[in-house]
Design a protein. Structure first.
Length: 221
């Protein structure tokens, strides 16, 4: 009988944060670095799958009008369904206090530098639906990229995080949602933000650790 060890609650993202600092200002980044950075930040902060990021529609998405406003991304026909029907879901992203770690800032610079012109094409599996794609081919900014390519961009940064090679690779949305819960986020809010159908799905497939930062000794005594 094999007993599965408990996953470590210490997921050290310091190497990624150091890497983002080293990259520097978004306006000075090479297109490949900016694309990888945006994809990773959307995955971690938006709890988004690569296929979610692929199907962001710029025409429907709402850009922040002020420094306090969030960015609202519209994802057309994601994996989730409602009563068996395809939906459009929204992902709301607030600004980070550190500009180099901010998904909103990365999005604004990316759409100004790389996704500045329309990229309207049929949805990858709903040919009757067209969207203005966010993520672009590095060889041709007028062409979209698929989820597989976005996944590679995310993994290129995820590999900086120390991990046990015997375990499955950590997904960006699992990393972000787990860290949010550990930092004190309401688990119901996490489930809604990630678009999971239930808390049980999140707990079983995405939550990387059950550890919290709550001092139960002080609460119990």
């Amino acid at each position: 009988m094999t007993i599965q060890s408990a996953p470590s609650g210490n997921i050290d993202i310091t190497p990624v944060l150091d890497y983002l600092r080293q990259l520097g200002d978004n306006d000075q980044l090479e297109p490949a670095d900016l694309t990888r950075k945006l994809a990773w930040l959307l995955g971690v902060c938006g709890f988004m799958r690569p296929s979610d990021i692929e199907h962001v529609d710029l025409d429907q998405s709402i850009r922040p009008a002020t420094e306090e406003d969030p960015l609202v991304l519209f994802v057309v026909a994601p994996k989730e369904k409602r009563q068996g029907k395809r939906i459009t879901k929204t992902v709301t992203l607030a600004r980070h206090t550190v500009a180099l770690f901010c998904p909103v800032q990365a999005f604004l610079v990316y759409t100004r530098r790389i996704a500045s012109s329309p990229c309207i094409a049929p949805h990858s599996y709903l040919s009757q639906v067209t969207i203005n794609y966010l993520m672009r081919d590095l060889r041709d900014f007028s062409a979209p990229i698929k989820a597989q390519c976005i996944d590679k961009h995310i993994k290129s940064i995820m590999k900086l995080i120390p991990s046990d090679p015997s375990n499955k690779p950590i997904k960006a949305r699992a990393l972000g949602s787990t860290r949010a819960v550990q930092a004190g986020a309401n688990i119901n809010d996490v489930v809604v933000h990630g678009g999971w159908s239930s808390q049980a799905i999140f707990e079983k497939f995405y939550r990387l650790s059950r550890e919290t930062r709550t001092n139960f000794t002080s609460l119990a005594l």
